[in-house]
Design a protein around this ligand. Structure first.
Ligand code: SAM
Length: 262
């Protein structure tokens, strides 16, 4: 089969490093009967060892040429191939609890990560290769420079851990940035449950509208200072000083307030 030319528009940086591939599969710990979904199998670097471990592997791939290669691969009988854009894929169409894995195309990683929250109840765990800088933002502790909207919205659903640092030379072609593998495990209400998820999401978006301004300023149309203080928020703090728990509590408190004043 002729050599595949990597397509930039699909974020194709193929993993070459055997040791890293082994480390990823070891971290995923696939069991024979697990429902495993791989996003962007590409030329099969992670697909092959995964297929060897499980009964069946779902793969989601947008590149038609790659789909054609997968269809003529020796392990095709164990694959369920979903051709198309993962941003439009309905993960609920694969029933039951699942493990999701992928060396993700970096250009779509943030919108993709935002989509997983709604499926959290049906996810066992997820392991993703991402731009290191994105992983740092995902796992960032409250009060640090990297902490922002992405941290709050993902920490609301998942416990996350950076597992492996991966240098550019591990890929072909080599990306311009460092990469890292992150593990995401649904955390069941540990930081509280937002009564109205859409309200919570909108509140967090507004809170981080201008990072350098205080929470009092960013939320001036949403909450008066005494309301912020009710949930332990100092109105003079910047948005990165406020924990995911406090954002959840504030959202719930504001809704309670609204319903009382109706
Ligand atoms: N898993 C392979 C590896 O580790 O070598 C390939 C990883 S490469 C970084 C990303 C893969 O995702 C490519 O196969 C690419 O074609 C695919 N891809 C890119 N955008 C996609 C999308 N929107 N939906 C589904 N697959 C996509």
């Amino acid at each position: 089969m002729k050599e595949h030319r990597a397509r930039k528009r699909f974020g194709q940086n193929f993993l070459q490093d055997r040791a890293i591939i082994q480390d990823i599969v070891r971290a995923v710990r696939p069991q024979f009967n697990d429902k495993v979904i791989e996003i962007g199998p590409g030329l099969g670097a992670i697909t092959e060892p995964l297929v060897a471990a499980v009964q069946q592997l779902h793969v989601i791939e947008i590149d038609r040429d790659i789909v054609a290669r997968l269809k003529s691969s020796p392990f095709v009988s164990k694959l369920v191939i979903h051709e198309g854009d993962v941003l439009e894929f309905d993960f609920a169409s694969i029933t039951g609890k699942k493990k999701i894995v992928g060396n993700l195309p970096y250009n779509i990683s943030t919108p993709l990560l935002f989509r997983f929250g709604v499926y959290a109840d049906d996810i066992i765990d997820m392991h993703f290769m991402l731009q290191k800088e994105v992983v740092e933002r995902m796992v960032a502790a409250t009060g640090t420079n990297d902490y922002g909207r992405l941290s709050v919205m993902l920490q609301y659903f998942f416990d996350m851990e950076c597992l492996i640092d991966v240098p550019p030379e591990s890929f072909k072609p080599a990306p311009k940035v460092d990469s890292a593998v992150v593990r995401m495990i649904p955390q069941k209400g540990r930081i509280g449950i937002a009564e109205d998820y859409a309200h919570f999401a909108a509140l967090v978006k507004q809170a981080f509208q201008q990072r350098r301004k205080t929470i009092h300023n960013n939320l001036k149309d949403w909450a008066d200072d005494p309301v912020l203080e009710d949930v332990g928020i100092n109105p003079g703090d910047r948005p990165e000083r406020i924990s995911p728990e406090q954002y959840v509590a504030l959202s719930n408190h504001l809704l309670e307030f609204d319903s009382q004043s109706e």
